[in-house]
Design a protein around this ligand. Structure first.
Ligand code: NI
Length: 160
């Protein structure tokens, strides 16, 4: 496993649409392993392939319940709304309030090419929505309701 470099806002790769994965081979497994390592090293909760410079529909998420690997994810059901603070590893030190679905049902493939279905709500649904947006070249800042000010960020840090 190896750490990959996380590209940041301003890199045009973050605005490109990713292609689906077609081969569930060792190259994919290496990418997934590296992305997990990079995610845990960064202290974030999710990482999408374009953030490490790969334009494939792959992302990894761990909101504290273990690692989930999503390949070619597709939202098949979406319900409700939530507004929460959100950030992105590609936009360091920037946070804003977004509106995301409260519940998502998602079809995806695992690393072995087996189709899976998962349901998620609250923070997990927010994270899935954020990461899947990356696969279509969408950064959270383009759909943020309001960015947090420096004062609000400082308050958030004091609380945590
Ligand atoms: Ni992000």
């Amino acid at each position: 496993m190896a750490l990959r470099n996380i590209v940041t806002e301003g890199d045009p790769i973050l605005q490109k649409k990713c292609r689906p994965v077609e081969k569930f081979d060792t190259k994919l497994h290496t990418l997934l392993d590296d992305m997990a390592e990079t995610l845990y090293d960064s202290g974030g909760v999710g990482l999408a392939a374009p953030q490490v410079g790969i334009l494939r529909r792959v992302c990894v998420i761990d909101v504290g319940d273990g690692l989930f690997e999503f390949i070619n994810p597709e939202i098949i059901e979406s319900e409700g709304e939530q507004e929460n603070v959100e950030g992105c590893l590609s936009c360091p030190e920037q946070f804003g309030i977004t509106r995301r679905p409260k519940y998502l049902k998602v079809k995806f493939f695992d690393r072995n090419g087996e189709e899976q279905i998962i349901e998620g709500e609250d923070f997990f649904a927010q994270a899935m929505s954020h990461e899947f947006d990356h696969l279509d070249g969408i950064l959270f800042k383009t759909k943020v309701l309001r960015m947090l000010s420096k004062e609000e960020l400082n308050e958030m840090r004091e609380e945590s």
